[in-house]
Design a protein around this ligand. Structure first.
Ligand code: CS2
Length: 500
């Protein structure tokens, strides 16, 4: 598949690496000589621009046993592009000053869970696999916001009945652990969540434990207690979905055609608990920070970066701001985000990170401003019902308990309720991508803003008991009425958020 008629660019692959344009960086090692020590569930852009890049550096430093098998749990279409490319892909690192291309070689095998279940089971069982990491999004964990496993959810319910191949990540972990325990009972394993959840390691551990108990797999429960570890981790890098422009730019910079490149900002951070049951690469070499105190970092990231992202998405997208950089350059949205951070989110952070917050926000503004990223507000707006309880509501609850004002948080919730109705400020319909869209969309679309706010706020799955507060619901209804009537920027201005 790598040959091409003369004049046509060749496809990126091991055999064509030698043709890489000067200036583009290729793997500084022979990918053929590497073996797999790490399985990743959720082979998407974030993984390819984050953990796989750290693996690439480790392989280049001679740690040949730490290549990755990347697993596609749901949508095989894009990942199939990596097959003809021998797993290689182009990382486009975008700074305001320009874009650098780097070919990543650490993904040595791609597996589709649905069509290659036996291969995947084997990978999870063999002792050479020492880390299984996950980027499966907030909803991938199958747990409700009170921490209980959602046993009624179709994929979880099917997996609890023993569906083959499993449909959920938990079903796969349970199957893999059973096989490993039977064949290699002493072979320890680290299960490493890399999703935007607070205490993501503990969350994964509790979700898996509940799943195994519901399956009555008590041997597996004992096995993970003795042989598995679940470090908490905070991951951070802004990584948009791939577009045709990325494909064109990859070709221009490398001279090789890549059907699935990935663009990302230059910034990248990984803060991690050093609890690995069966070893790990020396990731510190590529800047990974190891600490016993991940929780503060996780909360700072969720409640500043991710929380502001969601504000920007729900205020920006219906108002026609397609990307984060265009939305944040609106003086009203910028003033709102600044007030949200300064007045409401930062004061509620744990004392260990609170002093860092304002400097952190300044750097976040620079990252959001980067015009080269093209991060779509619509992408961030997805799955709000899973994200908001982690990003906004802990701050809201804390402030209500302390009797502190929550004006910006109420405005943000109102913006989400308006978004859920699926009609933008020019009257055009757009799809609301959210597991709760069918339930909440019709409630949010009710003509009376007070009724719309009240009925969405009464959704205990998202808001718990917050809907009981009439004062809160009233304030949200007022903001919703204003957003519907005036649109985002005028409503923000009216509420007092404008450039000073
Ligand atoms: C974003 C995150 O899509 C979203 O919800 O807030 O993906 C964000 O870009 C990353 O967490 C940045 O590290």
């Amino acid at each position: 598949m790598t040959g091409a008629p003369s004049g046509q660019p060749a496809r990126l692959a091991l055999a064509t690496l030698a043709r890489l344009r000067p200036g583009a960086r290729g793997p500084a090692y022979d990918p053929r000589r590497c073996s797999i020590g790490h399985v990743h569930l959720g082979l998407g852009n974030f993984h390819r621009a984050h953990q796989a890049v750290h693996a690439d550096t480790a392989l280049a430093s001679g740690e040949h046993r730490w290549a990755i098998a990347g697993v596609n749990l749901r949508n095989p279409a894009r990942a199939a592009a990596l097959g003809p490319q021998d797993g290689l892909y182009t990382l486009l690192e975008r700074e305001a000053s320009g874009t650098r291309a780097r070919i990543i070689g650490s993904i040595r095998q791609t597996l589709c869970a649905h069509s290659q279940p036996n291969h995947l089971l084997e990978r999870l069982a063999v002792p050479e696999t020492r880390i299984v990491s996950l980027t499966i999004t907030e909803k991938g964990y199958g747990i409700a916001h009170d921490g209980a496993l959602d046993v009624a959810r179709a994929d979880i319910a099917a997996d609890l009945q023993g569906a083959w191949p499993p449909r959920s990540a938990l079903g796969w972990l349970a199957a893999g652990i059973r096989e490993r325990m039977n064949r290699h009972p002493q072979a320890g394993l680290t299960l490493l969540s890399c999703d935007n959840l607070s205490r993501n390691g503990q969350t994964l551990q509790q979700a898996l434990r509940q799943f195994l108990l519901a399956q009555q797999a008590t041997n597996s429960v004992h096995w993970i207690e003795r042989h598995a570890s679940f470090p908490d981790s905070m991951v951070d890098r802004i990584v948009p979905a791939t577009t045709h422009l990325d494909e064109q730019q990859a070709l221009a910079l490398t001279g090789l055609e890549d059907a699935w490149p990935v663009g990302a900002e230059g910034f990248s951070q990984w803060v991690l608990e050093d609890r690995f049951a069966a070893g790990r690469p020396d990731w510190a070499r590529s800047g990974v920070q190891f600490t016993t105190e991940v929780a503060g970092w996780e909360l700072m990231k969720l409640r500043l970066l991710n929380a502001a992202h969601s504000c920007i998405a729900y205020l920006g997208d219906p108002a026609g701001f397609d990307t984060v950089d265009t939305a944040i350059s609106s003086p009203e949205i910028r003033a709102f985000v600044d007030a949200f951070w300064r007045n409401e989110a930062s004061p509620c952070l744990p004392a260990s990170v609170r002093p860092l917050a304002l400097g952190h926000c300044q750097r976040l503004l620079d990252r959001f401003d980067n015009p080269a990223i093209g991060h779509r507000t619509r992408q961030i707006a997805m799955d709000g019902s899973m994200k908001i309880p982690l990003r906004w509501l802990p701050t809201l609850r804390m402030r209500l308990e302390q009797g502190q004002p929550v004006k910006a948080l109420c405005f943000a919730i109102a913006a989400w309720i308006r978004y859920l109705a699926g009609i933008d400020e020019r009257g055009r319909r757009y799809p609301v991508v959210d597991p709760a869209a069918d339930r909440l969309g019709p409630l949010a679309a009710q003509a009376d803003p007070a009724l719309a706010a009240r009925s969405v706020m009464h959704d205990v799955g998202v808001f718990g008991d917050l809907g009981q507060s009439q004062a809160l619901t009233r304030e949200i209804a007022g903001a919703l009425a204003s957003l519907r009537e005036l649109g985002s920027t005028a409503a923000l201005r009216k509420a007092g958020w404008q450039a000073s």
